[in-house]
Design a protein around this ligand. Structure first.
Ligand SMILES: NC(=O)N[C@@H](CC(=O)O)C(=O)O
Length: 448
């Protein structure tokens, strides 16, 4: 059978630090040709006119919680991967704090099976480390998973790794890329007690960043870095939230050679502690959204290369769960549908260039995780492509939110940019707010 062929005409292509006009020919699952002008060689070629639009590689989100198995009242791989596609995220790496936790090969394979059946976006997973599954960790093949996730601070799912000997053993013996959630547990506990003694369970949410404090983040990130340096482990620190932590990272080494890398998330680049008053527990995240000065330093570190990637930490909870007093409201919120529009909004506000959005959300996750043939608009690469209209404003509201939980911290926000088309492995899977009925998603592969 002849391969399906699509020709995208007149797009402004954002790739590898450049924006240029051109056409892209897709044959089967791959990008066949990129040129200033390509003409269709047969009547069977489907033409997509991208005049006036920008095209970028599909976003690779290195940290999402899609809640399956076991927490499906919050979200499923099926619902959230569709929201991701509508948000221009074509590949995701999902976290192990599900129920059961992804801490054995058997549980990991169960997740791969669910994703193979139901995911609309390309997928991989993090294996979960605990205080007592080192043997299982050592059985994991690094070409099969994105990496190993360790919670060095407690959060949703009770996966805290707090045994220092075990931690050192894991760091010194696994060849998996280790991704860590860094917040020092003892510091958090002491801070919590102080506020709890004063307010009981109903602590004002604005104290969240003082409980989950700068010091808690810095202490834990510093310790993880020390351990990585001592053991030679490959360490990736998730969701930096403080200016102080940014000083721990270097921009002197090319990303592909770095042993220690860092991520920042959408919420830490968008919100500040001034937003707690209006948004309350809806913006309660671990680590907490902190001060304006932290946000500014995170932006600076992102743009000067100390922070390597932007991700979402998409972590949905039901609205009922979130509508609770501080102590009972879980941390986390949904983001995959709005992450790229939010960063494009930051572009409109002069915070970041389009080239840098693409570098931090598409190229760098691909380099960092050694994702095979994705993250770039390149001949021979998978055709994961996103078309955006930079001047087509829309407002986030209940009618257009696709998350299973049905709410967003961005509700009421108007974004100037709209994702009009998403191509996944060569298939047009989303166009003008409609999903096409194609099963195109694939398991991510890695060149390790
Ligand atoms: N980020 C969050 O606030 N919550 C995450 C867990 C985590 O990554 O801490 C969740 O799974 O709910």
């Amino acid at each position: 059978m002849k391969e399906k062929t699509t020709l995208i005409k007149n797009a402004k292509i954002i790739n590898e630090g450049k924006v240029f006009s051109g056409d892209i020919l897709i044959e089967g699952e791959y990008i066949k040709q990129i040129d200033t002008s390509i003409s269709a060689k047969s009547a069977n070629v489907k033409i997509v006119d991208a005049e006036g639009k920008y095209i970028l590689p599909g976003v690779i989100d290195d940290q999402v919680h899609f809640r399956e198995p076991g927490l499906t009242e919050k979200a499923t791989i099926e619902t959230e991967s569709r929201a991701a596609i509508a948000g221009g995220i074509t590949s995701f790496i999902e976290m192990p704090n599900t129920n059961p936790q992804t801490t054995t090969i058997e549980k990991l394979e169960e997740k791969f099976a669910i994703a193979a059946e139901t995911s609309s976006a390309n997928y991989s997973f993090m294996f979960g480390g605990t205080n007592d599954n080192l043997e299982e960790i050592l059985k994991v093949d690094k070409t099969n998973v994105a990496g190993l996730k360790l919670f060095l601070g407690s959060s949703t799912g009770n996966m805290l790794v707090d045994n220092p000997e075990v931690l050192e053993k894991i760091f010194s013996s696994t060849d998996l890329l280790i991704s860590v959630h860094c917040e020092d547990e003892a510091t958090i506990k002491a801070n919590f007690k102080k506020y709890h003694d004063e307010y009981g369970d109903d602590i004002p949410v604005k104290y969240h960043p003082l409980i989950r404090s700068e010091e808690a983040c810095y202490l834990s990130s510093s310790k993880a870095i020390q351990l990585a340096k001592k053991t030679g482990a490959r360490l990736h620190i998730f969701h930096l939230s403080t200016g102080k932590e940014t000083k721990l990272f270097s921009n002197k080494i090319p990303l592909k050679d770095k042993k220690i890398t860092a991520e920042v998330c959408i919420h830490h680049l968008w919100f500040t502690d001034e937003d707690y008053e209006k948004k309350g527990t809806l913006i309660k995240w671990n680590p907490a959204v902190k001060k304006k000065s932290d946000r500014e330093q995170l932006w600076k570190a992102l743009l000067d290369g100390r922070i390597d990637v932007i991700a979402t930490d998409h972590a949905p909870h039901t609205k009922d769960e979130k509508d609770n007093i501080y102590t009972n409201a879980p941390s986390g919120g949904p983001l995959v549908q709005h992450a790229l529009p939010a960063m494009l909004e930051m572009h409109h506000r002069g915070k970041i260039s389009l080239e840098d959005v693409v570098e931090k959300m598409c190229h760098n996750p691909a380099i960092l995780f050694q994702v095979e043939k994705r993250g770039y608009i390149k001949e021979g690469y998978f055709a994961d492509l996103v078309l955006v209209d930079l001047n087509n404003p829309w407002t986030v509201n209940k009618d257009n939110i696709l998350y299973k939980c049905g709410w967003s911290p961005f509700e009421g926000t108007t974004f100037k940019s709209r994702i009009t088309h998403t191509f996944l492995n060569g298939s047009l899977v989303y166009q003008n707010a409609e999903f096409k009925n194609v099963k195109a998603a694939k398991r991510l592969t890695f060149t390790r």
